[in-house]
Design a protein around this ligand. Structure first.
Ligand SMILES: N[C@@H](CCC(=O)N[C@@H](CS)C(=O)NCC(=O)O)C(=O)O
Length: 210
């Protein structure tokens, strides 16, 4: 059985929802951020970065949400095109684009201490906000032309990843839902039974969409 180290509403969400979608048995292990458990010696042995998610599959320990996503979709051959499918390249591109471009900007927004600040000076905060909004704009343009999903008509785990990132923008000055094509994708993901189950299991309420 998989073991997922998680914290509600954080980067572990996408893996949690994916495991529900894949109908795989898993055990959830709460990493209590308020108690600083992500920096405990035991947890640092699993992930020296002190971050969730971490997935344990027997003797295999995997960190990094995108890597876990690719590992699980390959292993179960669901929610991602197979390596022989024409859409595989675009799937990889979408996942890597999100994790290499959007995720670091969001991390900066929420973790000023990563850059040595307690709170950002206005100019820095505005620049990060601008960078994030530019990415929403690029994604929205793409989805307007070739949506509603990141693989056009084909729903995939990349959409779960993007929806998680969109959720994090809910209290930003301009949320991802300001772009209709992004709102459409978010609504499609949020209409899935796995989303409701995820919310119940993590005790989430905000941005439920149901
Ligand atoms: N690149 C990593 C980022 C993971 C990450 O930043 N997780 C955050 C929660 S969203 C975390 O564990 N934060 C705890 C901390 O930094 O102390 C991934 O995608 O898995």
């Amino acid at each position: 059985m998989y073991k997922l180290f998680y914290s509600p509403g954080t980067a572990s969400m996408v893996i949690h929802q994916l495991l529900i979608e894949l109908k795989q048995p898993f055990e959830l292990v709460l990493v209590d951020f308020a108690a600083g458990q992500q920096k405990s010696a035991d947890f640092l042995q699993l992930n020296p970065q002190g971050r969730v998610p971490v997935l344990v599959d027997g003797s295999i320990v995997i960190c990094e949400s995108a890597a876990i996503l690719l590992y699980l979709t390959d292993k179960h051959q669901q929610l991602a095109p197979l390596s022989t499918d024409a859409s595989r390249a675009i799937f990889l591109q979408q996942v890597i684009y999100l994790t290499n471009n959007l995720a670091p900007q969001l991390r900066q927004w929420f973790y000023p201490q990563d850059l040595g600040f307690d709170e950002y000076p206005d100019a820095v905060r505005l620049q990060i906000q601008h960078n994030i909004e530019q990415i929403w704009q690029q994604l929205a343009e793409q989805l307007t032309k070739h949506g509603p999903y990141l693989l056009a008509e084909q729903f995939s785990s990349a959409d779960l990843l993007l929806t998680m990132y969109m959720r994090w923008s809910r209290n930003m000055p301009k949320t991802a839902l300001a772009w209709p094509a992004l709102q459409r994708l978010a609504d499609l993901t949020r209409a899935r039974p796995s989303w409701r189950e995820l919310y119940q299991q993590e005790g989430l309420t905000e941005w439920a969409g149901f």
